[in-house]
Design a protein around this ligand. Structure first.
Ligand code: PLP
Length: 426
């Protein structure tokens, strides 16, 4: 037997042994652990009977489509803009994004004639650029609204802007682009200043009806002492006269309660007014009581950053444990002179991205599943769930305990090696 065959036999024996333990572990969910949610339990009851907002309105009543003044101020500080350019909504930024794109598609951003759907004739479809790998739920919004997705290559500085600019200059049916500009889901990239500057100028190529969906979900979710700075898209867009093209979104879902946080969006005042009017058809106002609770609890950016330090204390050991397993199990190992994989070491956010050798991500996920370790399905970080190289696997360490991560990562590392050996022998 060759060394590789010996090694494979040994790994298979270990694999069968793990299978017999009937593990039930899950590395799929990018959601906060219970201990993180507990950090915000003081939200409950914080109003203590005082429902008056800063401007005297009663948060319990109808109205306030743009959000209460103190929540708009808070969100403006978070998104680094002016309160007049901010709308604070309900609990979900994803819902804001869906509603914004649906509004543009069906209703029009500058009057009914501007509805995106009017621009697609016959069998044509409206299109979005999708830097990939990216956030699967952005892609689901496109699918739900019959918007064609065009993947764009990501590199370490952000999306490939030559490709973005070229595609936009060629195709007027491209109406938007999805971005997670800081600690991107799933590869942890922080867009470089030059990339953000080029984003701010895209409106000059793509026109008034184009939107950059700038989902800054992880703006304050640091895992390092000296967090990288993201350039301010709104400020730059203002400078280039393209503020209408920029839609900047955020929420406290991974700051306070994931299912009961506060979501917000910023753009030009005209855009925000138009969007609030559109939402006003479906609701007589957002949950202002929750907005008031959030501002009383978090207070300001100093309060928020102190809370994020507590999150970091819980999250960092989990990320480090995943990385320890990857380093100890895979660093320096080769099969057919090729590394068994590569991975990101993010400075923030919620994910680690692992790349297998080409063609093997699906097999690794399958082997892990059979051994009781659930991973996000291979391909799900790509439009139409198609990772052309079949290499990306998204690891989400936030929810499981350290013990569960420890067990799951032993299985993961073993499955990576097993799948790579299998492929090298076939
Ligand atoms: N945007 C990104 C990039 C995310 O990763 C997530 C959740 O994982 C969300 C948005 C969802 O945010 P929300 O809970 O505010 O809808």
């Amino acid at each position: 037997m060759t060394n590789a065959a010996d090694r494979r036999q040994a790994l298979l024996a270990e694999y069968e042994n793990i299978k017999s333990r009937q593990l039930n572990l899950d590395l799929t969910r990018g959601k906060p652990a219970t201990a993180q949610l507990d950090l915000s339990n003081a939200l409950d009851g914080i109003l203590n009977g005082d429902y008056r907002c800063a401007d005297g309105t009663d948060a319990r009543n109808y109205g306030g489509g743009l959000g209460i003044p103190e929540a708009r101020q808070f969100a403006a500080d978070y998104l680094e803009t002016h309160p007049s350019q901010v709308m604070v909504g309900g609990n979900s930024s994803l819902q804001i994004m869906y509603q914004y794109v649906a509004n543009a598609m069906l209703n029009g951003l500058q009057g009914a004639e501007s509805a995106w759907q009017n621009e697609a004739k016959g069998s044509e479809r409206i299109k979005f650029l999708c830097p990939a790998p990216g956030y699967d739920r952005h892609f689901s919004i496109c699918e739900a609204l019959n918007i064609e997705m065009i993947p764009v290559r990501m590199n370490e500085q952000g999306p490939n802007m030559d490709e973005v600019e070229q595609l936009l200059s060629q195709d007027p049916l491209i109406k938007g682009i999805w971005c997670v500009p800081k600690y991107a889901n799933p590869n942890g990239v922080v867009y470089a200043d030059e990339v953000v500057d080029r984003f701010a100028r895209l409106g000059t190529i793509a026109g008034a009806n184009f939107r950059i969906m700038w989902d800054n979900a992880y703006a304050e979710h640091h895992l390092s002492d000296e967090p990288p700075q993201l350039a301010n898209l709104l400020e730059l867009s203002d400078k280039y006269g393209t503020l209408d093209n920029a839609i900047v979104i955020g929420s406290t879902s991974k700051i306070t309660f994931a299912g009961a946080g506060m979501a917000f969006v910023a753009s030009s005042e005209a855009n925000i007014k138009q969007f609030a009017e559109y939402l006003g058809i479906s609701t007589i106002g957002p949950d202002k009581v929750n907005q008031l609770r959030h501002v009383r609890f978090l207070k300001d950016m100093t309060g928020l950053r102190a809370l994020m330090q507590e999150h970091r204390k819980i999250l960092q050991p989990k990320f480090e444990l995943v990385l320890k397993h990857l380093r100890e199990g895979l660093s320096g190992k080769t099969i057919n002179n090729k590394a068994l994989g590569s991975w990101t070491e993010p400075a923030g956010g919620y994910f680690i991205l692992f790349d297998t050798q080409p063609g093997l991500a699906g097999r690794v996920v399958e082997l892990c599943a059979a051994a009781g370790v659930k991973l996000t399905p291979a391909g799900s970080t790509w439009p139409y769930k198609k990772d052309p190289a079949n290499t990306n696997i998204r690891l989400a360490p936030s929810f499981p305990s350290l013990k569960e991560i420890d067990e799951a990562m032993q299985v993961f590392v073993l499955c990576v090696e097993l799948a790579t050996l299998e492929a090298s022998e076939s």
